[in-house]
Design a protein around this ligand. Structure first.
Ligand code: SAM
Length: 207
């Protein structure tokens, strides 16, 4: 079966972290789906586009209609394999019809920024979901890499971790706006982060 839905990662923000393969597909697309920011950054006037908003039926219906006419490229932030629209696409279309093009994930860039390998880290997401408390529990030598959202932000997640047996003095690196000109990365303690101004939609590395 010919792959008709191309899911292309666009990296965490800056074009420096989008793969050339993804960029090539996005530029060549006739039908292009993506968040408003992605469409603003990458679409051109001759492309037929569909914005991904809270109404997730809209892009699914757009794809159903347009794949009858040709390839549809779906842009997702970071890497498609790590908490993206790919889950929903697999529920609606046969996997054989989907081609995934990787790019750099926010989680990869966060670990790279502090020169820390992530092969031993426990990677979990608070973005629109709640990881099982068991997976968050403290153990000696454990490293957590966490996605956050507006509600489960640097402060609320730090508070949750203190309730999961992590010490007040455990280190948390808060990585926000990765790859953008206003990128901010700093390390503090869980106790401080729980009390400080919340930082939303960031990556937390806890150890
Ligand atoms: C729905 S997840 C998408 C993850 C994406 N597929 C990836 O591989 O990076 C969105 C979350 O990723 C993290 N994120 C995405 N871009 C980021 C950036 N530029 N800086 C910091 N965190 C980012 C935030 O935790 C955000 O709430």
């Amino acid at each position: 079966m010919q792959k008709k839905i191309i899911v292309a990662g666009i990296g965490p923000g800056s074009e420096d972290f989008i793969s050339p393969a993804a960029l090539k597909k996005i530029r060549a697309a006739k039908f292009l789906v993506g968040g408003r920011r992605a469409l603003k950054d990458f679409s051109s006037a001759n492309q037929i586009t569909c914005a991904v908003t809270r109404d997730l039926d809209a892009p699914i219906n757009f794809i159903r209609e347009k794949i009858l006419l040709g390839e549809v490229v779906v842009m997702v932030s970071g890497d498609p394999g790590y908490y993206s629209l790919l889950d929903l696409l697999r529920k609606n279309f046969p996997p054989e019809e989907i081609e995934v093009i990787p790019s750099v994930s926010a989680i990869q860039l966060a670990f790279a920024k502090i020169s820390l390998p992530w092969h031993d880290a426990t990677l979990l997401s608070f973005h629109g979901r709640q990881p099982a408390r068991d997976a968050l529990k403290f153990s000696a030598g454990k490293i957590l890499g966490l996605l956050t959202d507006a509600e489960f932000n640097s402060a609320t997640v730090s508070e949750i971790l203190l309730g999961c047996g992590w010490e007040k003095k455990s280190s948390v690196t808060i990585c926000s706006r990765l790859s953008y000109p206003d990128e901010k990365i700093f390390t503090t303690t869980l106790e401080e982060a729980a009390r400080a101004e919340p930082i939303k939609h960031c990556v937390l590395i806890v150890k």
